[in-house]
Structure formats: structure tokens, C-alpha cells
Design a protein around this ligand. Structure first.
Ligand SMILES: *[C@@H]1O[C@H](CO)[C@@H](O)[C@H](O)[C@H]1NC(C)=O
Ligand SMILES: *[C@@H]1O[C@H](CO)[C@@H](O)[C@H](O)[C@H]1NC(C)=O
Ligand SMILES: *[C@@H]1O[C@H](CO)[C@@H](O)[C@H](O)[C@H]1NC(C)=O
Length: 457
């Protein structure tokens, strides 16, 4: 099998070895042992197909093909569609094998998609050394929900003057959802501080979004002398962090299917499938009938199939998780900034998601801040982020959280941030990258907070 594989597959220069010996986490290059001797017929393939509308392969056409065969779409942009094939056989027998579309291939090792066992990591606050951001071992691995809850409780225990926990409601399966309020209080002055909201992975499989929310929380309480500490921001901001907006989905990625995307809501007694795409369920310009990603003029628009990963629900706020977060947000004063952490693609995007034609009235300020934030990210480890509106960078999608935060919650600086990488590992981003991604994200937050604080109103 190994020989056959070696002959049958042309690994592009950008393929990566699953058994990479050296991982330069900062430069994002992978120096592997090569493909020889490390090919595994069970490894998955992540193929990034070029969008070529002139040749009849627009985004819609590629997605139609993917939809017809149930292929797992990992990322969509104006220029590429990334599709994951769990095995070589899945690719060879898919229509994509016969379509002559230029693409790059990256190998995703099966092992990288198996949630780590607890034997490989420190468990429990006593072994994480949480009193220091740089020395803590917590940010070197991904954690299951119960460990994240321990981390969150440890933050409130270790930093009682700064961190308060707020229960914001229950998930579809009855899990308690928690927000952290990170605030120095009024400190003698009665001046209202500005509010800054950060959410982790709405899409369950985007683990690095949640690990980054936890890193940022830690950076906000860390001693000011530590590298990447952001505690000085608490002089003029109160932060609200919701690290796990989709707890049921997150648990499902650990226990059943690493690549699960939606929440785990039972939608109706007669529905075959479970789950709503939370990031299409927010109540600004929400649509039931949107085809994905756009409605083709010549095709009737049909209600989206509840079995698709991007099912928007029967109505806005049908997902209790979305409803809980929205209710919590509406109780918070003076909100100025919002970051929806996501993966992957290295993109910082502004509203709107629902329309590529309309421009928010604050677009100029939003984009200016985004450019600065991208520069700040780059200064940390050289990671390049692109900027633009969500619709132009990805695709038209109504019901997005960023649109709601901007239009309905009145948060002027509302962004979606797709963290690393650009499609080598995708959702299987190695744990070695958690810390550098956290660090560059801290620089981004720091820049945005200072920009917003100093820009003339
Ligand atoms: C493959 O990746 C290289 C390097 O990132 C890029 O220049 C090239 O355009 C990609 N090819 C396709 C077909 O996407
Ligand atoms: C834990 O942190 C303390 C203080 O930052 C440091 O002195 C100690 O070496 C750390 N322990 C471990 C196991 O890293
Ligand atoms: C981290 O650990 C080192 C070695 O134990 C120690 O010298 C340093 O002070 C620690 N840093 C912090 C911020 O506690």
C-alpha cells in the first residue's frame, strides 16, 4: 500500500508530513521527515481548490458538487474552496478526482484529529501553574470542556478582584454557559469603562478559537511585567469573555466527531438531523431560505436542509446558546468592541456578512482599526492577516454574529477573526501553535483597545 501510495499521489510542495519532526510555530513552515516512510493510507487530505468561474467552477458550482456528495467543506473564500477527504479512497472515488481543477493538497494525519488523551497533558489547576502567563503549561495543549471549566473557575479563584463568573443560561443539552467579566471595577472613579466582548468557537471544531479566548483571559489578568500581558487595558476597559459559546458541540468534538460544527439541538421530532449553525442564527437579516452560499438566480430558493452543516434554524435565536449570549450582551453597558474568534484563514473581517453591496456607516473607522490590528498581529510572529468585509472575504451569509453585534447591540468595532492557519492543518492546528496564536491575538486586542480609546469620537 505504501508503495502504491507513493506512486499514485503527487504531493505538492506544500503537503506536510504528519510526522513532522520540527515545527517552527512562528514561521508556519513545516520541516518534516518527508513523505517517505510516513505515508499512512488512513490520513485525510485537505484539498484547496481554485475557484474558476470562467471555466464553470464558481464557488457555487464547487459547493453544489461537494453538497451532492456530502463532502466536508472546511473553508470557503472568493478564490478557494477547501474540502477535506477523510481517506485517499474518499478522494479517488469523489467527483473532485475527475474534475480538472487546480488545487494544493495538504495531508491531515488521522492522529491529529483524535482528541488527546489526558495522559499526555497536565490536568487540573494545581499542575498548570496559572499564576504566570508565560510559565503556565495550560496553553500548550487543547483541553476538554471540564478542564476549561476548571481553568475558568481557577481564574475567578486566583484573581477574585478581577474575574467574576456570570452564568448566562443553559445549552440545548442543559450545560451551564459561563461568561467571564474581567474588570478592575471603578477604582474610585465613577467613569464608565468601555466594554470589550470576546467569544470563542461557535463552530465546535474550531478549537483554536476557544484556546485563544482562554489565553486572552489569562493575558488580561497576568502581571503587567510579563510578555503579552494586557492588564493595563483594564484601566479603561471591562472585558467579557465567553470561551465556549457552543458547549454541547465542543463536547461532541471530543467524544464523538472531531469535525462537528453546529450545536447539538434536536430541531424537531421528525428531523433526521441534529444541530443549528449558530453563526447563521443571529437576528439581524436572518434568513430561513438562504441557499449556501448564495441564491442562484435560476434556481428556486428552498429551505435549507437541516442536515447541512450551515443550517440556520427555523427562526433567528432558535439556538438557546445564541439566545443566551444575545440576552447577556444586551445587559452590558458601553460596549465598544467585539471579536468573534474563529478558524481558519488569517482574516480580520468587518460587517457586513449578509450583503456585499451595503456598506456600514462606520466602515472607514472599522477598516482603519483592522489594518492597524493586522500590523500588530504581524509584529508578534510575522503572521500575515488580510482584512476586508466578511461578505467580500468569505461569502454572503445572513444571520452572522458580527452583523448582529454591530447593528443590534450597537458595537461599533465588531470583527470576525479567523485565526491560523491558511489551510495546511486547518482545524487540526497542532497544539504547539496555541501559544503563538494567543500571543499574536493579544497584540491584536491591545492595538484595537488602544485605537478605540484614543480615536476622536
Ligand atoms: C498553491 O499554493 C501556492 C503557495 O501558497 C500558491 O502560490 C498557489 O497559487 C496555490 N495553487 C492553487 C491551485 O491554489
Ligand atoms: C511555576 O511558576 C513559578 C512562578 O512563576 C515558577 O517559579 C516555577 O518554576 C513554575 N513551575 C513550573 C513547574 O513550571
Ligand atoms: C517563570 O519561571 C522562571 C523559572 O522558574 C522564573 O525565573 C520566572 O520568574 C517565572 N516567571 C514568572 C512571571 O513567574
Amino acid at each position: 500500500m505504501r508503495l502504491l501510495l507513493g506512486q499514485a499521489i503527487y504531493w505538492t510542495l506544500f503537503s506536510v508530513s504528519a510526522h513532522a519532526r520540527t515545527l517552527d510555530v512562528n514561521r508556519q513552515t513545516v520541516l518534516g521527515a518527508g513523505t517517505q516512510g510516513s505515508l499512512d493510507a488512513d490520513d485525510g487530505l485537505l484539498k484547496s481548490f481554485s475557484v474558476l468561474p470562467d471555466k464553470g467552477w464558481g464557488v457555487d458550482d464547487i459547493l453544489d458538487e461537494a453538497g451532492a456528495t456530502g463532502a466536508d467543506v472546511w473553508r470557503i473564500s472568493q478564490s478557494h474552496v477547501d474540502i477535506y477527504f477523510p481517506t485517499l479512497h474518499d478522494y479517488m472515488t469523489s467527483p473532485f478526482h475527475d474534475i480538472d481543477l487546480p488545487h494544493n493538497t495538504s495531508r491531515v494525519s488521522r492522529a491529529a484529529l483524535v482528541p488527546p488523551s489526558s495522559s499526555g497533558r497536565d490536568t487540573g489547576p494545581s499542575s498548570w501553574n496559572l499564576t504566570s502567563l508565560s510559565n503556565s503549561t495550560f496553553h500548550s495543549v487543547y483541553h476538554p470542556l471540564e478542564e476549561i471549566e476548571e481553568f475558568v473557575e481557577a481564574m475567578a479563584f486566583l484573581y477574585p478582584d478581577l474575574v467574576q463568573l456570570v452564568n448566562i443560561g443553559h445549552s440545548a443539552e442543559g450545560r451551564e454557559m459561563v461568561a467571564m467579566r474581567i474588570s478592575k471595577g471603578y477604582g474610585g472613579s465613577l467613569k464608565q469603562k468601555a466594554g470589550f466582548v470576546v467569544t470563542g468557537a461557535q463552530h465546535a471544531r474550531e478549537w483554536v478559537a476557544t484556546s485563544t479566548a482562554l489565553y486572552l483571559t489569562h493575558a488580561l489578568v497576568a502581571g503587567a511585567s510579563e510578555p503579552y500581558a494586557m492588564s493595563s487595558l483594564l484601566d479603561y476597559y471591562d472585558f467579557y469573555v465567553i470561551p465556549v459559546p457552543n458547549p454541547d458541540g465542543y463536547v461532541y468534538t471530543w467524544e464523538h466527531n472531531r469535525l462537528w460544527y453546529k450545536n447539538r439541538q434536536v430541531i424537531g421530532p421528525h428531523e433526521k438531523c441534529v444541530g443549528i449553525d449558530m453563526n447563521r442564527n443571529w437576528g439581524h437579516k436572518w434568513k430561513a431560505k438562504a441557499r449556501f452560499p448564495t441564491v442562484k438566480a435560476n434556481k428556486p430558493s428552498t429551505p435549507t436542509d437541516p442536515c447541512t452543516p450551515w443550517y440556520p434554524g427555523h427562526r433567528a435565536f432558535e439556538a438557546p446558546e445564541v439566545n443566551n449570549i444575545a440576552n447577556f450582551i444586551t445587559t452590558l453597558p458601553a460596549l465598544k468592541a467585539y471579536i468573534d474568534l474563529r478558524s481558519y484563514g488569517q482574516i480580520l473581517s468587518t460587517p457586513w456578512a449578509y450583503s456585499c453591496k451595503k456598506t456600514p456607516k462606520d466602515a472607514e473607522d472599522q477598516i482603519e482599526a483592522a489594518h492597524g490590528a493586522a500590523r500588530a498581529i504581524k509584529q508578534a510572529h510575522g503572521t500575515a492577516f488580510t482584512t476586508g468585509t466578511l461578505c467580500s472575504m468569505l461569502y454572503k451569509a445572513p444571520g452572522n454574529v458580527v452583523d448582529w453585534m454591530y447593528a443590534k447591540a450597537g458595537i461599533k468595532y465588531a470583527y470576525a477573526v479567523h485565526l491560523r492557519d491558511t489551510g495546511t492543518y486547518g482545524f487540526s492546528l497542532p497544539p504547539e501553535w496555541i501559544r503563538p496564536v494567543g500571543e499574536e491575538s493579544a497584540k491584536m486586542i491591545q492595538f484595537l483597545a488602544e485605537f478605540i480609546h484614543t480615536i476622536p469620537k
